[in-house]
Ligand binder design. Sequence first.
Ligand SMILES: [Zn+2]
Length: 183
Amino acid sequence: MIEMKRSKMPTFLKDKKKTWTDSFVNGSDFSWHNKQKELLELLKNMTASHCAFCDDVLVPKGSDNGEIEHFRPKEKFKHFAFAWANLYPICRSCNGTKNDRFDKLLLRPDEKDFCFSDWFRLDPSTFELKPVKIGNPNWGRAKITIELYGLNEKKTTRRQFEHDNIVKNNYQTKDNQPFRFMN
Ligand SMILES: [Zn+2]
């Protein structure tokens, strides 16, 4: 989870948000109204095409081009289904693990003054993320974020693999590199 700056809400969303939200709240099936692709690209622009939570890369021609995360799950918080600030680019793995769970303590990569190293550290022997507890009375927020997005469940093997790539200088730019917090 690397700090990210949220761009302005796209105009089409501003124009349609109320109509789409009303229809969903009133019982229609959820739909992106053919704007899913466009929205996903706008969201990915904010993270240089990384998952907003585990920071793996979302590659256009790979197996995982990314999905749109409803931070507050849309079935439980229908009014937030089209709220721009509720949407993040996410990888399939994180999205599948979190599913429709939510906790108000969850960290957001675009919250004020968010900085990866204030909250998480990488254990160099296990490649697991650990909450930073020292000087951080709110470290439980990092713990629940790790749990709900499964940031250790499926990702430690990937991190180990990519660590070797980083050491070998296999990435020309940091934006191409998964898990940007690893160097
Ligand atoms: Zn992810």
